[in-house]
Design a protein around this ligand. Structure first.
Ligand SMILES: NC(=O)c1ccc[n+]([C@@H]2O[C@H](COP(=O)([O-])OP(=O)(O)OC[C@H]3O[C@@H](n4cnc5c(N)ncnc54)[C@H](OP(=O)(O)O)[C@@H]3O)[C@@H](O)[C@H]2O)c1
Length: 328
């Protein structure tokens, strides 16, 4: 098979196009002929070696990529419910590898059939895994109720972009986003179901005193610290990432949490889903529905597999024109 490998930890240039033997599915696995592989910020962190000492995460040489779309190629022993040729989206089982290749082995529990749904596979791989995580986060880590309001930081980011649609599905009555000043143009053009998107540099004044029942924060840094000022009484702050890379300014004032009856919760799918496998199927159905209903229509930038290094470079430089997807 065709694959891109991380030859060693380092710059985007360590991503190398190569030929590897076709993998054969083991018991419980589904082999997928990949047509599209999504590129996420986590792929960049892993390639840089940021998590190189964490148990279970890949060591070079490895094939990066956690999310693929394609068709079922072969079924491992004991797999039922899928047929060769069926359109699917699949997620890696938490080992952080495998997607940047023309054949991918997925645990059957992490395969979502898109057969019969008129969804472009590039959009499907770009949004279904993240929308699935947004559903798990908003129903398991915290619970969004009908009529509640939601604020999403880094509103156009790959994960963040799926939260307003899933929150709407769950009955949220208002969804507001924040972006950096340079992203206001893209924010004005987005089809995502935000009521409005504001400039994070002008927080909190830009919101005119509005507060939110739920704040979703994949960014960290100053917007995390500011979030306690933007929570309604008994509000929930959901921490889902640290895209800013700022480890110094996201401190949470415990006394503010106490006085406000706030809840501060972390959600990390890599830890949550193995502990709550029952959450996957309903979340997959919700994500598929959100994609079908046009609730997660993100901008896409597609590049051929051989240009994986360019894809990583653009993600690092914040110059990608949307969610990046590699085509085989
Ligand atoms: N909880 C989970 O299970 C889970 C799942 C997937 C991802 N994540 C985490 O979520 C985070 C985002 O991942 P992603 O794949 O969505 O990345 P992404 O597509 O690159 O999105 C990151 C977003 O954060 C914004 N941002 C970056 N630096 C910023 C800064 N200094 N100040 C303000 N905004 C900033 C970006 O804005 P620009 O558009 O201006 O660059 C972008 O909108 C990462 O930390 C990732 O590890 C967590």
């Amino acid at each position: 098979m065709k694959a891109v490998q991380v030859a060693r930890f380092g710059e985007p240039g360590v991503l190398t196009l190569t030929e590897l033997p076709d993998p054969v599915p083991g018991p419980g696995q589904v082999a997928i002929d990949v047509t599209h592989a999504a590129v996420g910020l986590i792929d960049v962190y892993l390639r840089q070696g940021l998590y190189k000492d964490r148990e279970g995460l890949p060591q070079p040489p490895y094939v990066p990529g956690l999310e693929v779309a394609g068709t079922v190629r072969a079924l491992g022993e004991g797999v039922t419910g899928f047929a060769p040729g069926e359109s699917v989206v699949a997620l890696s089982s938490g080992d952080g590898k495998g997607g940047y290749a023309s054949v991918f082995l997925a645990d059957q529990a992490h395969v979502v059939s898109t057969e019969g749904h008129a969804i472009d596979p590039a959009l499907a791989v770009a949004v279904i895994p993240n929308a699935l995580m947004a559903h798990v986060a908003l129903t398991g880590a915290i619970r969004v109720s009908a009529g509640e309001s939601v604020l999403v930081h880094g509103a156009l980011g790959a994960l963040a972009a799926t939260f307003p649609g899933i929150a709407r599905q769950l009955g949220a009555s208002r969804a507001v986003g924040t972006v950096r000043t340079e992203r206001l143009g893209a924010a004005a053009a987005t089809k995502l179901p935000y009521d409005t998107i504001v400039d994070s540099a002008r927080l909190p004044e830009v919101l005119g005193g509005e507060t939110f029942d739920v704040i979703v924060d994949p960014v960290g840094g100053p917007v995390r610290a500011q979030s306690l000022d933007l929570l309604a009484p008994s509000g929930r702050l959901l921490l889902v990432g640290n895209a800013s890379g700022d480890w110094n300014h996201g401190g949470i004032d415990g006394n503010r949490v106490w006085y406000g009856n706030f809840t501060v919760t972390g959600f990390n799918a890599g830890g949550y889903l193995p502990a709550h496998p029952e959450a996957f199927a309903p979340a997959a159905r919700a994500a598929l529905q959100a994609a079908t209903d046009g609730l997660v229509d993100v901008e896409l930038e597609t590049l051929p597999l051989a240009e994986a290094a360019t894809a990583h470079q653009r993600l690092e430089n914040h110059t990608a024109g949307g969610r990046t997807v590699l085509t085989m």
